[in-house]
Design a protein around this ligand. Structure first.
Ligand SMILES: Nc1ncnc2c1ncn2[C@@H]1O[C@H](COP(=O)(O)OP(=O)(O)OP(=O)(O)O)[C@@H](O)[C@H]1O
Ligand SMILES: [Mg+2]
Length: 328
């Protein structure tokens, strides 16, 4: 990969250039891009997150107008699209990054639209000479799509003199500048840690065009998220189970390692586990569809969150994928 190339707008190369007195149809261009489909999916599949959704629509509008400007040869540089997603665990950052990759692809800003999600360990080596090849391999994989760096601040460890994170940051900075037309980097993590990281790495800050903050969900939103997840998996709640879940959510929110929507997903996974065991233990071999889809009150009330206000350590980690420090 050359570090000296400058970023030309890839779009201008494959768009037909129009004469100055031509007119373009913004709506038609928008429909052609099929971005609305992704925006609708974002609206329907993700509860809340209004400021995030609004910002994404704004970015989509900017890119679309940029595309039209290209057709009149008005702009020659790809806009900087690197982003910073801040928020607590389970607030939807990874999910939104995936949608973002899709939008960028549909508007022609990245060739393939895939997302490569990494953390420090994927980028930084343990020995001299290991970091550059590691970082470059990840970048190569992400080219044509989005490189999502979770907890990006761990790349920078000033307290450790011999740390190789700085080397990785240097390479990333060059690529973020010179390959803007084919790679979008999204950094993600806690807001306070990210702010500190930018303070120490102004070069990184100056390359980020969009900062999106993901707020914690309200109890009401968490309940709606539960409904979406249940519908998605063909389960439903009995009336009493719904009441139990409404009580569960505020208690769980106040306990350690609360991870917003992910905690809800985990709670539902455990309720399913209890349902299966309840059905099994009942000895009733003639089960109806209704039995198989209904989660009952006891499937929730058996949680330790209710019994003694603690987390369920017994069933948690290891039984499900993608669990992060959450075992309620
Ligand atoms: N607004 C939402 N509506 C519905 N489901 C959501 C919403 N936000 C998150 N989820 C679901 O919650 C889970 C966790 O979301 P995601 O992985 O995107 O969060 P995250 O912010 O990346 O978390 P982390 O910081 O821990 O990586 C996913 O299964 C996702 O589908
Ligand atoms: Mg994530």
């Amino acid at each position: 990969m050359s570090d000296t190339e400058t970023s030309e707008n890839a779009l201008s190369q494959d768009l037909e250039i129009l004469p100055d007195d031509a007119a373009v149809d913004l709506q038609a261009e928008f429909e052609k891009s099929q971005v609305q489909e992704v925006l609708d999916k974002l609206d329907n599949e993700l509860v809340g997150l209004v400021p995030v959704k609004t910002r994404i629509k704004e970015i989509a509008a900017l890119l679309l107008v940029d595309r039209l400007r290209c057709r009149f040869s008005l702009s020659s540089e790809t806009p900087t699209l690197h982003m910073n997603f801040t928020g607590n665990p389970g607030t939807g950052k990874t999910t939104v990054a995936l949608r973002m990759a899709e939008i960028l692809h549909r508007l022609g800003y990245v060739r393939e639209g895939h997302l490569v999600s990494v953390t420090r360990d994927d980028l930084v080596g343990q020995y001299i000479g290991h970091t550059a090849p590691k970082t470059k391999a990840v970048i190569k994989k992400a080219m044509g799509g989005v490189l999502f760096i979770d907890e990006a601040y761990y790349l920078y460890k000033p307290e450790n003199e011999r740390d190789y994170g700085g080397e990785s940051i240097e390479i990333l900075l060059q690529v973020m500048e010179n390959h803007r037309d084919d790679l979008v980097v999204i950094l993600a993590g806690y807001k306070d840690k990210m702010d500190k990281f930018f303070e120490s790495n102004p070069g990184m800050r100056s390359r980020i065009a969009h900062h999106l903050d993901f707020p914690d969900y309200s109890a009401d939103e968490l309940e709606q998220i539960a409904d979406l997840m249940l519908a998605d998996q063909s389960y439903k709640l009995s009336d009493c189970a719904r009441r139990a879940l409404s009580e569960y959510i505020p208690i769980r929110t106040g306990l350690p390692h609360f991870a917003n929507a992910r905690s809800i997903r985990n709670a539902l996974d455990r309720a399913r586990l209890r349902q299966a065991n309840r059905l099994f233990a009942s000895g009733n071999k003639q089960l109806k569809k209704e039995d198989l889809i209904t989660l009952t009150e006891e499937d929730f009330r058996a949680s330790r969150v209710f019994l003694d206000g603690k987390l369920d350590g017994d069933l948690a980690d290891g039984t499900m994928n993608e669990i992060k420090i959450d075992n309620s």
